[in-house]
Write a protein that binds this ligand. Structure first.
Ligand code: FEO
Length: 386
């Protein structure tokens, strides 16, 4: 178990997973993943979520170690996604007196995942309900669609701890020493990004609480500078650019569109712009999505392929669409040898994004970049940054 100290009464019983290849079968996690879980020891004992089936044995070991022979009274279920709820039935089977605490939506979902009869064991709570463990008092706050419909967070008032479910989570195990912003932002944009309005609603509720510690379901426990993390979440969930700069995402079959994209990066850098460049065939899609949200401007560059978009560009634009991408200035570079179509197709995607402005001119390359192309790119750069 990672050495994580929260307080005498609140113990970390989560697990690091160094071996997972793709989180949610899609996100590269070079530094693994943590499935956080907590135990509150008081007159009554509450388990705050279980953990992924990948770490079942380790999680039960951690639980038993911290229980030190005592029996838990409650399992608080913030969320039914299997990376946290996989051991719900197993822990209920192991401790027959354990009561399960959650909201009506969660109790509706539990039978979809498990054959378990909770008739005499369920404690159904709603917004603002409290549960006294002794000196620790839990208050339940509903957080629908952050990022499943049944999500609720829990505030413990004696130690001022917010158990924030997936909110404020991050990729990477707890024993990874890396920048919080980068992997928390990649996690947020790709996993929660679509639900900015729901996160804003939760932040409003959180503003009424005195929070000294945030215990998320992934990544480090946040015990200092809480305001800074909340400010980041306010920016991200408000779809506001975090930094000035340009993300250039390109697709290239034989390298000619790549050359143009790199020239575009040079032009923008010469004008003092921060540029983040992605080869969509090779770079991590989740990083490209993260930076598209991070910066205030985006350029997409793609060849035409089978009278359509090159597939990795289609994938990128589709990702932006389902993540509710909005409020950015976007430039287009198209390429085609005999019938360029990619500009029209990229435009169609972008016109479907909320409050996105397509910045003219659209740069058209016929096979390879020429002097006139560079002039068009200069004009696009000027228009983008003005
Ligand atoms: Fe970490 Fe929504 O599960």
């Amino acid at each position: 178990m990672s050495k994580v100290t929260i307080s005498d009464a609140i113990r970390y019983i989560g697990c690091d997973d160094h071996d997972i290849d793709l989180f949610e079968s899609q996100y590269e996690v070079p530094n693994g993943m943590s499935y956080n879980s907590y135990l509150i020891l008081d007159d009554k004992i509450a388990i705050m979520d279980t953990a992924d089936a990948r770490v079942t044995d380790q999680w039960f070991n951690n639980l038993e170690t911290e229980l030190a022979g005592r029996t838990p009274d409650y399992l608080i279920v913030s969320h039914m996604e299997p990376d946290h709820a996989s051991n719900l039935k197993k822990v209920c089977d192991k401790y027959p007196s354990l009561k399960v605490v959650s909201n009506a939506k969660t109790f509706g979902m539990i039978p979809q995942f498990f054959d378990i009869d909770l008739t005499d064991r369920k404690v159904e709570v709603k917004e603002g309900d409290t549960l006294e463990l002794g000196s620790h008092i839990l208050t339940f706050v509903m957080a629908p669609m952050v990022h499943w419909p049944e999500v609720m967070v829990t505030y413990e008032s004696s130690e001022k701890v917010l158990f924030s479910a997936d909110g404020f989570g991050k990729f990477g195990t707890l024993d990874t020493d890396e920048d919080w912003d980068c992997e928390a932002r990649r996690y947020y944009m790709n996993i929660v990004g679509k639900y900015g309005n729901n996160v804003q609603a939760l932040l409003k509720k959180a503003a009424a609480l005195d929070i000294q510690t945030i215990c998320p379901l992934h990544g480090p426990i946040l015990m200092e500078n809480i305001g800074r993390y909340i400010e980041k979440y306010d920016i991200w969930s408000g779809y506001k650019p975090e930094n000035e700069g340009v993300t250039i995402a390109y697709a290239s079959i034989h390298g000619n569109t790549a050359k143009a994209a790199k020239k575009m990066a040079e032009i923008l850098e010469a004008k003092g712009q921060k540029v983040s460049l992605f080869d969509l065939s090779r770079d991590d899609m989740a990083e490209a999505i993260e930076d598209a949200f991070r910066y205030d401007k985006l350029i997409v560059a793609s060849p035409t392929y089978d009278a359509a978009l090159f597939p990795c560009m289609e994938d990128f634009l589709y990702h932006l669409k389902i993540k509710n991408y909005q409020k950015r200035k976007i430039g287009i570079i198209e390429n085609g040898t005999w019938a360029p179509m990619s500009g029209k197709l990229m435009r169609a995607y972008i016109e479907g994004y909320k409050e996105c402005e397509i910045v003219e001119p659209v740069v058209t390359i016929k096979s390879t970049m020429k002097d006139e192309t560079v002039k068009e790119m200069e004009a696009l750069a000027e228009a983008l940054i003005k």
